[in-house]
Design a protein around this ligand. Structure first.
Ligand code: CAA
Length: 373
């Protein structure tokens, strides 16, 4: 049975901060960001937008593209920027998408790897229940402390995809290479709103885990690198993905995979799938191509796996709509950027634009209240 992605969509903030402006305010040469890390803009989020509002937007788009939304009976919400240790953020998505009452919902976490964990669980679930569809949402807003080396790599986005039998976009192949090791390269204790990280150690471990998981993938599938047509790498910033390509001696261009990420910034669990959408939208004809995918989540779990692009995938993707999401954003000033970074609460008087049809209206008695935007 073929199982894989039947639809895919993303969402991000309506606001971005240009790294050229950021560089000028931090007294750093812009070339460090444009060439050195490979980024030009970062998505930044107003107080009435959170991982739930962008997740709802991405999920509404992904679900609108499938034939039978009533067959979704599992929703997995993957995130590392969760705001609740008990209630799954996916419950809000389930509610506002009016999914079936007997649809299971759960939240899953392992840093930026979490959406890939969800994808593999979803595949196994559909294997057991071939008439089921699973909605996977990866949603993260990435914040580092001001002045830290990670600050120019902030960003955020949500990606949503529906996993089903007989998919129309990409079949997920059996056989992958996994590498797990206990390392303190990036983490966020429950008391903290920003991640703590050792940037150099994280980059080192990203590459080491790539070496190991890729070698395991090749061995398990009995393939060589020449059996792979395109590769998407988890992209905390574009240059990290390019270093990944270098590490495995990948000779072909990965430019098409990084177009969206370079103007969104790191979106953690969503990042690898933003790269996949970027490739689907900007690559020429990918039908029947094998795509290698490298997922890395600090802490750490890494997985290299692959998919085959379906014959008629072009009729199921929306490149114009996706480009418009990024082109229609508003640029903010440094002062607004600082304000957005302050983790303020939403106010009734706020007039910020939202990514989609829902906004975070308020946090009342520690309850998050969402409303139509
Ligand atoms: N012109 C052109 N290039 C320049 C330059 C200039 N004026 N100045 C510096 N550069 C280059 C440097 O030579 C360097 O290139 P190489 O890596 O090819 O040598 C690049 O710009 C970056 O410079 P630094 O190494 O000095 O940068 P930094 O130390 O300030 O920050 C970083 C780099 C440590 C990775 C930082 O971005 C960071 O801490 N990021 C957060 C952690 C992270 O994203 N880790 C990635 C792996 S972990 C992961 O993938 C999970 C996740 O999503 C977080």
């Amino acid at each position: 049975m073929n199982i894989g992605l039947d639809s895919i969509a993303f969402s991000t903030s309506k606001y971005f901060f240009a790294l050229e402006n950021f560089a000028a305010h931090r007294g750093v040469a812009f070339e460090k960001y444009s060439n050195g890390i490979g980024q030009s803009k970062m998505s930044v989020f107003p107080p009435n937008e959170d991982i739930v509002t962008i997740a709802i937007d991405a999920a509404q788009k992904a679900v609108s593209k499938i034939e039978d939304a009533s067959s979704i009976d599992l929703l997995i919400f993957a995130t590392e920027s969760s705001f609740d240790l008990s209630k799954a953020a996916g419950i809000y998505v389930h509610h506002f998408l009016n999914l079936r009452e007997d649809c299971r919902v759960m939240e899953i976490k392992q840093a930026c790897y979490s959406a890939t964990a969800a994808l593999q669980l979803a595949k196994a679930f559909v294997h057991q229940n071939p008439s089921s569809k699973v909605l996977v949402v990866g949603s993260d807003i990435v914040k580092y402390s001001p002045g830290s080396s990670g600050e120019p790599t902030q960003g955020g986005a949500a990606v949503a995809f529906v996993i089903s039998a007989d998919p129309r976009i990409m079949i997920i192949e059996n056989g992958s290479g996994v590498h797990t090791n206990d390392i303190m390269d990036f983490w966020r204790p429950v008391s903290e709103s920003e991640a703590i990280f050792d940037g150099k150690l994280s980059a080192y471990n990203y590459l080491k885990s790539l070496d190991i998981s890729f070698a395991r993938y090749l061995k398990k599938t009995n393939r060589t690198i020449s059996d792979i047509d395109y590769v998407c790498f988890h992209a905390p910033f574009g240059k990290m993905a390019r270093k990944g390509a270098q590490q495995i001696r990948w000779q072909k261009s990965i430019d098409d995979t990084l177009i969206y990420n370079s103007v969104i910034g790191n979106s953690c669990s969503a990042s690898l799938y933003i790269c996949l959408i970027s490739l689907l939208d900007n690559g020429s004809d990918l039908a029947n191509s094998r795509i290698g995918l490298y997922s890395y989540g600090s802490g750490s779990v890494a997985e290299y796996f692959s998919g085959i692009i379906c014959e008629k995938y072009k009729s199921c993707i929306t490149p114009e709509e996706n480009r418009r999401i990024l082109e229609d954003r508003h640029e903010i000033s440094f002062e607004e950027y600082e304000l957005f970074c302050r983790n303020q609460f939403p106010l009734e008087s706020d007039t910020y634009e939202n990514s989609g049809t829902f906004k975070l209206k308020a946090i009342e008695n520690k309850r998050r209240v969402y409303l139509t935007a």
